[in-house]
Ligand binder design. Structure first.
Ligand code: URC
Length: 286
């Protein structure tokens, strides 16, 4: 039986970039975590130690910082597209580039003072390949909770089922959502803000009989309001809240005191796509 090299890629992971844009006394701040993965005709490095096609990962890191100075840094999608196109365009042996960016938001406190937002992280994954350019935007760690309008009953009962059906529970999750754009040119800031707003509106506005139902509503909400988005994928951990049993203390507990569970947690994952949307040109699930 022969041994063959399978799919491979390489790059620099988690390049931490902070860019200050100086406009007189008023500064702008961009805070990114950039990861790069290149693929192409790179078998010789693995098979015979021939590095003649290997752009060092150190060079990739340097390119990020140099581009940040030369081009400035605005929307993460734009910066990721710039980098991905650069690597594919400048290195003939490189046929594919995947640039992923986590973008950390800082809220302004003053002209040159900022406070890091402890909330969700904005994400971007740009893939430039022979099949095309694909832009995926997203959000991770967006923690949401509904203290009403959530029920869960009517589920399968087998010999191991102990979960009581409920018509009133807490529904909480930390949203990990990605959405694939149909094209590679849009108003990225408006698209992100609009998609985020649609996710929140669906979470708040859906009377939920399961997190699965809420997931679909959130995906459909993005597709319904953002024509530039072709497909939405969501991973929603069910952050269980267990009703505390206060009966030993002679106290009733009409859904007021909960134990916040840690693990295990339910994990609900799904894709919501627009009928007839262009196919993905690169793998992009989480
Ligand atoms: O919204 C839910 N979906 C499930 O599939 C499930 N399973 C479970 O135990 N609790 C829940 N909640």
């Amino acid at each position: 039986m022969g041994i063959v090299l399978g799919p491979n890629r390489y790059g620099k992971a988690e390049i931490r970039l902070v860019r200050v844009h100086r406009d007189g006394d008023t500064h702008g701040l961009v805070d990114f975590n950039v990861s790069i993965a290149l693929s192409g005709e790179l078998a010789a490095a693995h098979l015979v130690g021939d590095n003649s096609g290997v752009l060092p990962t150190d060079t990739m890191k340097n390119t990020v910082y140099a581009f940040a100075k030369e081009h400035g840094v605005g929307e993460p999608e734009v910066f990721a597209l710039l980098l991905a196109r650069h690597f594919v365009g400048s290195q003939p042996q490189v046929h594919g580039a995947k640039v992923s960016i986590e973008s950390f938001a800082w809220d302004r406190l003053g002209p040159h003072s900022f406070r890091k937002r402890g909330d969700h992280i904005r994400t971007t994954v740009v893939s430039v390949t022979a099949a095309g350019t694909q832009v995926v935007s997203g959000v991770t760690g967006l923690t949401l909770l509904n203290s009403a309008d959530s029920e869960f009953h009517g589920f399968v009962q087998d010999g191991y089922t102990t979960l009581p059906p409920t018509t009133d529970r807490i529904l909480a999750t930390a949203v990990d959502a990605r959405w694939r754009h149909a094209g590679d040119d849009t108003d990225w800031a408006a698209s992100f803000e609009g998609s985020l707003a649609a996710l929140l509106e669906a979470f708040v506005g859906t009377y939920s009989y399961s997190l699965q139902q809420t997931l679909y509503a959130m995906g459909a909400g993005v597709l319904g309001s953002r024509p530039e988005v072709a497909e939405v994928r969501l991973a929603l951990p069910n952050k269980h809240h267990y009703l505390a049993d206060l009966s030993p203390f002679g106290l009733d507990n009409p859904n007021e005191v909960f134990i916040a569970g840690d693990r295990p947690y339910g994990l609900i994952e799904g894709t919501v796509a627009r009928d007839g949307a262009p196919a993905a040109t690169a793998e992009w699930w989480l």
